[in-house]
Structures are given as C-alpha cells and as structure tokens.
Design a protein around this ligand. Structure first.
Ligand code: OOG
Ligand code: NI
Length: 305
C-alpha cells in the first residue's frame, strides 16, 4: 500500500538511522541477518534507543521533538541516580500508521531516549561537554538529522578528553564520540514466528552461534512482575580518529532483544487475538541499568573484541 507523504518520510529517516547503525556495527548486522534468515525475512522492532547530553537543549528534547512531530506520545520517566542519567520513553501513534512490513517498515517501535545529568558531573567533565556542545552551533535542533546522516554535530574531540569522560561516566564518553547515532535497536522476541519467540531460546541460539551477550546481572534481565524480559549483545568497537591524530578503538552500538508477556487480565484470550497492547508495556529501571552496561569497558573487553 502507498504510504502517506509524512509517514514515508518518517520511515525513511528511521531507515537511514538504521543503515548508519548496520554499517558501523557488524555484530548487530550479523544477528539481524541471522534472525531474518530463520524467520523468513520478517521481524519487528520493540524499541530504538538514543543517548544525549542533558545540557543547553542537547538533552532528550533534542531528539524527542522529531518523534513527537510524527505522532509519538511521551510516556514514563526513568531515573538512574547512580549513573546520573534520566530517560523518557515514547509510544508510537496507535492508529494512523500501517504495520504490514518488517523492521523499520513494520509496526513502529517505542522510542527510549536518555540524557546525562551534566550538572552533576565534575567541573572538568562539564567543561568538556560544554565545549563540544557549544562548538556545534545550533546542532541541538538537528539531532534527528545528525542521527540519520551518522555525523556528529560537534567538533572531533581529543583522546585525552574522551579518557577524562570515560573515567567518570562511560555513558558520557560514548555520547561524545557517537553523538546521536542509534544506540541500539531491539528485536521484539514475542512477535517472532519460530521457536526464537521464546527469549531464552533466542539467547541460547545466539550464544551457540558464537555471539556474546551482556552478562551484567545475568544474561536475562527480568522485571519484578516477570512480564518484561530483556537481553542484549556486548557493543561492537569502532576505530575512531581523535583530533590530535590518535586513533583508538571506542565502543559503538549493540542489539537488544525483548519479550513482553501477556498481562494477567488477558491471560484467557485466544492466542490469535493477542495484540501488542495486551502485553506488558514500558521499561524497567533495574533492567535498563544493566543494559546500559552493554557499552561498558568491562563488557566490551570481556567480548574479546
Ligand atoms: C539504554 C539502556 C536501557 C532498555 O531497554 O531498558 C535500555 C542505553 O544503553 O542507552 O535500552
Ligand atoms: Ni533498550
């Protein structure tokens, strides 16, 4: 079916964000190819995630506006005091957009955007973050554009600045070199068709295929109600040329998997009638806290990358 102008453009932007992501992250690409081949080329995304610097308009809002303009609704806030982060998630428009395709052409994903609470960082770290966000002019207005082009809106940093940030917040260091790039896509496990719809089987299949999963707090992250189950790979690394000529490997993006179980009040619905809104929605702070570690030095070096 022909898609309306606005929707075709919106999905085109998501496709561009995804192609930047697939070009930079061979593990994510290999896993998507593998799951596609088992699933006869059809899978959907549960959510997409982005990271930002919460300072001078560069925070969550800088990316959220694009999604709000295309019909998304702001939902809950999640707080991570230990990591000095907060996040918001957004649900897709429920009615207007067709959902008969796969990937970015399938049902529209939730959006998860986090931000570093820059004011709570040390003066040295704040100075570096302010220097780069200021160097980007009005870059905060073009976060979605930067993400779809795979371009930083600020100057290339010095290696020593990356290291300073990494000592204090691995999230900050990641954001300095990856900017608004897609941090991960999440495959919706329960909407797969084969045995892989069971996230435990999906995890085993991926590990047997040679992929390493983020082991922080255990591979499977389960919400207290038991209804949201998540796992993720360890991020790929990419060689990054800093402005002082130093080239070092830095963490890039990862891929996540989520199984949302049917809510207790819909337990007796016939299987064929179960829709996404009958399932556990939202995110879970304790699980998210561990999923953030998918780009940590500890997990990335464990993967022997
Ligand atoms: C986000 C980590 C949290 C989830 O689904 O709970 C998350 C990040 O690494 O930026 O993705
Ligand atoms: Ni996620």
């Amino acid at each position: 079916m022909q898609k309306k102008g606005g929707e075709a453009f919106f999905r085109g932007v998501l496709e561009s964000m995804q192609s930047v992501y697939l070009n930079r992250n061979p593990t994510a690409k290999a896993i998507l190819d593998l799951v596609h081949s088992v699933e006869n080329n059809s899978l959907c995304y549960d959510h997409l995630a982005f990271r930002t610097f919460g300072v001078n308009g560069y925070g969550i809002d800088s990316l959220a506006q694009f999604f709000l303009d295309y019909g998304y609704t702001q939902r809950d806030e999640l707080r991570f005091p230990g990591k000095k982060l907060r996040a918001l998630w957004f649900s897709p428009p429920s009615d207007s957009f067709s959902d008969d395709g796969s990937g970015m052409n399938g049902p529209l994903p939730r959006i998860f955007i986090s931000e570093l609470l820059v004011d709570q960082m040390s003066p040295q770290t704040q100075e570096i973050i302010r220097k780069y966000t200021e160097s980007s002019g009005n870059g905060q207005k073009y976060a979605a554009l930067a993400s779809s082009l795979g371009h930083l809106t600020w100057d290339t940093p010095l290696y020593s600045e990356f290291q300073q940030l990494a000592r204090e917040s691995e999230y900050a260091a990641w954001t300095l070199v990856n900017g608004h790039a897609l941090n991960h896509v999440t495959i919706s496990a329960h909407r797969l068709k084969t045995h892989l719809k069971d996230i435990k089987k999906l995890n085993r299949f991926l590990e047997e295929s040679g992929f390493r999963l983020n082991s922080e707090g255990g591979v499977l992250k389960v919400s207290p109600d038991g209804l949201l189950q998540q796992s993720s790979t360890v991020a790929d690394s990419i060689s990054f040329q800093f402005s002082d000529g130093i080239t070092e490997s830095v963490p890039c993006s990862y891929i996540e998997f989520a199984e949302r179980l049917v809510l207790p009040q819909y337990e007796n619905l016939p299987h064929t009638e179960i829709k996404e809104f009958h399932r556990r929605d939202g995110f879970e702070v304790a699980s998210a806290d561990k999923i953030f570690e998918s780009t940590s030095k500890e997990q990335v070096s464990r993967a022997g990358a």
